[in-house]
Design a protein around this ligand. Structure first.
Ligand SMILES: *Cc1c(COP(=O)(O)O)cnc(C)c1O
Length: 431
């Protein structure tokens, strides 16, 4: 049936030998166990691995701090290379390219959930009968808490205005149902807030289609890209997304809790009729230090910035983004990712058909790096299998109620790791 793959270890080795991206693995630190063996690291969807270069980049900022103190900001009297006051600018350019946005539509700031709050303040504007907000059933708790509290902030009742698109027993959204829900809420719909890639199932949603339908009924669309960025190809400007936000510590490999980013469509950037939370970093640089209490707003998405940003958290972004570009950008990464996921599918199908179900939709447009596995062998529990995987040196994660998430990422994972993973899983299940 399949003439590209077979179940031998030689096939895995051959796929690695033919892989143009295989050399990038060496540019990352790979976690090891007590015996010094490399883990099979399939949790790049949760915390991406550390590019070796990022140590140097963070150290450089520490040195700058040590050597120049406050002058590191590029403050008066400081002729510093890479001053902190404009440190985000080159990173914003790289980030804009990655998501298919214009430079002026992207800003790097805060953390993900904070940004959801900031953007809902601007873009969830219930007026008259148009008060409803569509999200997914079983949304990531933090996303739900943000939406719910923003609704309450406006003195509205969450049970009346939050409309949840139902998911099936595997957490999969039926695209037809998403579209129908948007159409049926119609002129009562203020905002659609959905993920580009769903965190539990790994399902990729048709963002462009969702936007078209939502705009047609007069609603705005915000896209949660925590699992989308660095995973699938994005064209936020062309798709006419209203806003989006994402973190940089998952597929973007920029470090635990590292600073997040937002996309704001240029048509919304300097609107006078929306609310924003302001701080001095959104004030234009020319007048920022005149210290007038008159907000002189930037004319880019940076107007949403509030505080001077955490430089040590931003420093690793550059190395991580440079690696993506060097690898050939999202196009090249996505190509390998699709092939990896087909190989994974094939091995599970051949070896573990009766034991493991991949709940992530199978067509390549509907999945990214992550595959969500469910143990269907009735003699075993999912949790038990997961625990055995962990003690066998596989880094993967468990999501309640019953899913094992694995994400072979094209940047640093190999086909051999997929092969070894399936072998380990086979042993666990057959013992
Ligand atoms: C990773 C993730 C988060 C994490 O939010 P933080 O504010 O960065 O802690 C939130 N929502 C989704 C869907 C995620 O995947």
């Amino acid at each position: 049936m399949n003439n590209i793959f077979d179940t031998s270890i030689e096939c895995a080795k051959k796929l690695d030998a033919e892989d143009k991206l295989s050399a990038f693995r060496d540019r990352f630190e790979i976690p090891t166990n007590d015996q010094g063996d490399e883990e099979i690291y399939f949790v790049g969807n949760s915390l991406g691995l550390m590019p070796k270069k990022s140590v140097e980049d963070v150290n450089e900022e520490l040195s700058k701090w040590g050597k120049h103190g406050v002058k590191g900001h590029g403050a008066e009297g400081g002729e510093i290379e890479g001053p902190w006051v404009t440190f985000h600018e080159p990173l914003t350019k790289l980030m804009a390219k990655l998501v298919g946005g214009k430079v002026d539509e992207v800003t790097i700031m805060n953390t993900l959930t904070v940004n959801i709050h900031f953007l809902l303040i601007s873009f969830y504007n219930p007026i008259k009968k148009r008060k409803k907000i569509i999200i997914e059933e079983n949304a990531f708790p933090s996303d739900y808490f943000a939406v719910e509290s923003q609704v309450k902030q406006r003195n509205l009742d969450p049970s009346e205005v939050i409309v949840k698109v139902p998911v099936d027993e595997n957490g999969i959204l039926d695209v037809e149902t998403v579209i129908k829900t948007i159409e049926s809420v119609g002129d009562e719909l203020a905002l659609v807030f959905l993920p580009g890639v769903q965190y539990y199932s790994g399902q990729v949603l048709p963002i462009e289609q969702i936007i078209k339908v939502s705009h047609k009924v007069g609603a705005l669309v915000g896209i949660q890209l925590a699992h989308g960025v660095g995973n699938i190809e994005l064209e936020l400007s062309n798709w006419n997304v209203d806003f989006a936000t994402w973190c940089t510590y998952k597929y973007l490999n920029s470090g635990p809790g590292s600073i997040a980013a937002c996309y704001i469509n240029e048509k919304h950037v300097n609107r006078k009729d929306i609310q924003r939370l302001h701080g001095w970093w959104g004030n234009s640089l020319e007048t920022r230090f005149e210290m007038e209490n008159q907000f002189d707003e930037k004319n880019t998405a940076d107007v949403w910035q509030v505080s001077n940003p955490p430089i040590l958290s931003m420093a690793p972004i550059k190395a991580a983004m440079d690696l993506i570009i060097e690898a050939g950008g999202m196009k090249a990464l996505r190509k390998k990712s699709i092939n990896m996921s087909m190989y994974f599918d094939y091995l599970i199908e051949e070896n573990l058909y009766d034991d493991i179900q991949i709940i992530t939709p199978q067509d390549t447009d509907s999945r990214g790096c992550q595959l969500s596995l469910k143990v269907v062998n009735s003699k075993l529990t999912g949790r038990g299998v997961f625990n055995s995987l962990l003690s066998s040196g596989v880094a993967c994660d468990w999501r309640y109620p019953d899913v094992i998430r694995v994400a072979p990422v094209p940047m640093y994972n190999s086909y051999l790791e997929i092969y070894n993973f399936v072998e380990i899983l086979r042993k666990i299940i057959n013992e």
